[in-house]
Design a protein around this ligand. Sequence first.
Ligand SMILES: Nc1ncnc2c1ncn2[C@@H]1O[C@H](COP(=O)(O)OP(=O)(O)OP(=O)(O)O)[C@@H](O)[C@H]1O
Length: 593
Amino acid sequence: MKRGVKQAQSFASLISEPLREALKKRGIEALFPIQAKTFEDVLSGCDLVGRARTGQGKTLAFVLPILESLVNGPTKASRKTGYGRPPSVLVLLPTRELATQVYDDFKVYGGAMGLNSCCVYGGASYQPQEFALKRGVDVVVGTPGRIKDHIEKGNIDLSLLKFRVLDEADEMLRMGFVEDVELILGKVKDVSKVQTLLFSATLPSWVKQISAKFLKPDKKTIDLVGNEKMKASTNVRHIVLPCSTSAIPQVIPDIIRCYGSGGRTIIFTEKRESANELSGLLPGARALHGEIQQSQREVTLSGFRSGKFLTLVATNVAARGLDINDVQLIIQCEPPNDVEAYIHRSGRTGRAGNSGVAVMLYDPRRSNISKIQRESGVKFEHITAPKAEDIAKAAGVEAAQTITQVSDSVIPAFKSAAEDLLNTSGLSAVELLAKAIAKATGYTEIKSRSLLTSMENHVTLLLESGKPIFSPSFAFSVLRRILPEDKVESVTGMSLTTDGNGAVFDVKKEDVDTFLAAQENAAGVNIEVVKILPSLQEREQQRGRFGGRGRGGFGDRSGGNRFSGGRGGRGGGFSDRRNSSGGFKGRNNGNKW
Ligand SMILES: Nc1ncnc2c1ncn2[C@@H]1O[C@H](COP(=O)(O)OP(=O)(O)OP(=O)(O)O)[C@@H](O)[C@H]1O
């Protein structure tokens, strides 16, 4: 669904005929706001800092005016042409995948105007890059490390440079490319002759300081996010869902079924090992991360782009800038460390005016979502794992469509089997059809899940004791008074409610009656099955108030080993999150996040 983000304004007047034709072939017939707002400043020679939310067209916001300037505008006269010419434009990006993507735009649109581009990044062989540079190019796009190497080898001459662009500038600097970037930018002798453009959807204050160093003092800033509260994409439905790590592989297929709209899904994990592991557990998924060989990364990404497979499990290497058609759903397996990562990851959907869904999984006992909520301005929608009826509804709609598409010619072949079934099964036609749809969708058994951790065949209970519950260990002590030790030991996920009056936890489905009956053993104790997950205290809140990691503390007893889904060690406190061992499959799996 398109929203009205396009601006027809000045398209024809700003953009020359061949470029307009090339844009039209890709469905672009008007400028987006960031493009319209920056175009003339770039054309008139200004340095510029540009910021707009993800998917709002920042790439063309520099590509188009640069091309117009080189071919029809102020830099035309001094631009060299012919064999062996040095580049007029240098574009720096943080990842190889992004460099390739931006190069593609320069190749197509610059090509339409008679300009040559090349792309240089690490992990690919030097020789073809050297040949291209020696032949002479107008635009060089690449990652800082490799560009620096080429400059040092004398393959790139920056003496006639007109434009330098830092795209996803904050990520490039955050990734530790500061020295390379400074060295590259420092190679330009006469900065008065070069325009520097810096773009990103996120511009933390430290980037602004750096931009003050690289850009001219009279630079323009076009910030379409500015002080607005909402920093993430407004075209995306931002959702959070409580889920323990061990339940992630089971819950994800259901989330895709209910929220994926049949399109592509990108799943983000914090660690490479988790991306490998999860992609192995999800049917038809592939992994993408920095440890995979460059040639394989390219094969994977192009397979995902072309629809050979629809689920990509990636680390932050895919968080920035990637523009892939029909990504309907983003799943983050846990809250990222910084708000920028949340904004960029969720921004891989809901692009160019389309809508999308971003689901972030979190362990209510360990994760801190309020920080991301506060800093991104996102008001998260809280949901629990898709229920049987949600899955059936989503899967059923899809299956019903495919069933109606089956040719009528098969009916005679299967009719008598269908009639036999109807006559002998004792079920109605509708009931039988429901079973057939279940079989067709693969959902022949729908397991119930707990609201607190999304674990299969577990139920979330609420405990109240008639007085405030200050700590998980207090809640355990109440349980210990009314239940045998082995039942108390089996409790997982003990978490306190925000109002301080209750604690919620998961028990096995078969133990629910024992827990409910136990409340009779003590006056004032109330235990009930949770229908809607109450608001829960977060990690910091509990640590701040009670400061402890000791026995019975947060994470302790309640599946403290984050990845095992089993009982944690006594000292396994919440702060050990990043060092916990275990994996999606269980305790014996040594993979880390
Ligand atoms: N004027 C336009 N009309 C229609 N589509 C456009 C227009 N400009 C850009 N697009 C499309 O919008 C999509 C997003 O553009 P782009 O990748 O430049 O976004 P971005 O702002 O750089 O996002 P991010 O911050 O995630 O990198 C691309 O598919 C691009 O082709």
